[in-house]
Design a protein. Structure first.
Length: 280
């Protein structure tokens, strides 16, 4: 049985072909992170799984209105892939895709998820993708621009460094997803901010916790990522438990417009800028 690495290498031919081969123009993304990466390099994917979800949860860079819907991220439409004949299929394959299922359709580009150093990984994968699609100069420029934008956000940040921050999103009526690691944590560190959550997180940098566990962070500054679902708005308006949490009593909570926590450099720059604005 060929290994996952062997499948990906075989699928790319392929990847052993000269890096300066003709740039593929018909690009299909099985999930949102690689779509964000392409758009950040000025290249629009032909097709993306769940483009409506991208517009709700990733938002920027903007996905063109004529992007073809490849079906759900959990089950891409293989018949449509066959009909579209893409030049390259892109995905974070370890997020649940088996490369063997897509080898028959086109060469593959795998963007590994870097749980240990997400920001550095985003830089590396941006440059690798730029080489693959003939956008090496644009990739280098994006890396440099992102560094400059995060540095500018840090320069205008007005927040007491002794007060930790707690970036989170609502999950359901009783649970939150605290971003205690991952890309957002790397950005916090680059901004000189301390994360209030010191507990364990999963490989994606998330701790899913009960509402009462938010008491453990004390009087930290809450940073809530939109979208905020209706049930969460009711909870904040009506729950005595919520109202008596130390971080809520300290107030005010900073609300951050939609940022994809599992994204690449565009998400890192967007989070840094929005956070600096909201904590001013």
């Amino acid at each position: 049985m060929p290994t996952r690495r062997a499948l990906l290498a075989a699928a790319a031919g392929l990847v052993l072909r000269p890096a300066r081969a003709a740039a593929p123009m018909r690009l299909a993304c099985l999930e949102w992170t690689t779509a964000e990466m392409l758009l950040s390099l000025g290249v629009a994917p032909m097709a993306v799984c769940d483009p409506k979800g991208y517009r709700d949860w990733v938002l920027a860079p903007e996905l063109p209105a004529d992007t073809i819907d490849l079906g759900s991220r959990g089950e891409p439409n293989r018949e449509l892939l066959l009909a579209l004949k893409p030049d390259l299929i892109l995905a974070v394959f370890e997020s649940g895709f088996d490369p063997a299922d897509f080898v028959p359709f086109a060469p593959l580009f795998d963007a590994p998820f870097h749980s240990a150093a997400p920001y550095r990984g985003a830089q590396d994968e941006t440059r690798r993708l730029g080489e693959r699609i003939g956008r090496a100069a644009e990739a280098d420029a994006l890396v440099e621009r992102t560094e400059a934008e995060i540095a500018a956000a840090r320069a205008r940040l007005r927040h007491d460094p002794d007060v930790p921050v707690c970036p989170f999103s609502f999950f359901d009526d009783r649970h939150l997803r605290i971003h205690g690691g991952g890309l957002l944590q790397d950005v916090l560190a680059k901004l000189g901010l301390r994360n209030a959550w010191a507990g364990p997180v999963n490989d994606w940098g998330i701790a899913t916790v009960g509402l009462e566990q938010l008491a453990a962070i004390g009087e930290a500054r809450l940073v809530c990522l939109e979208p905020i679902p209706p049930h969460a708005r009711r909870l904040m308006a009506e729950s005595t438990l919520w109202a008596n949490l130390p971080a809520v009593r300290r107030g005010p909570m900073a609300v951050i417009p939609t940022v994809w926590p599992f994204g690449s450099l565009a998400a890192a720059s967007r989070f840094a800028g929005l956070l600096a604005d909201r904590l001013a």
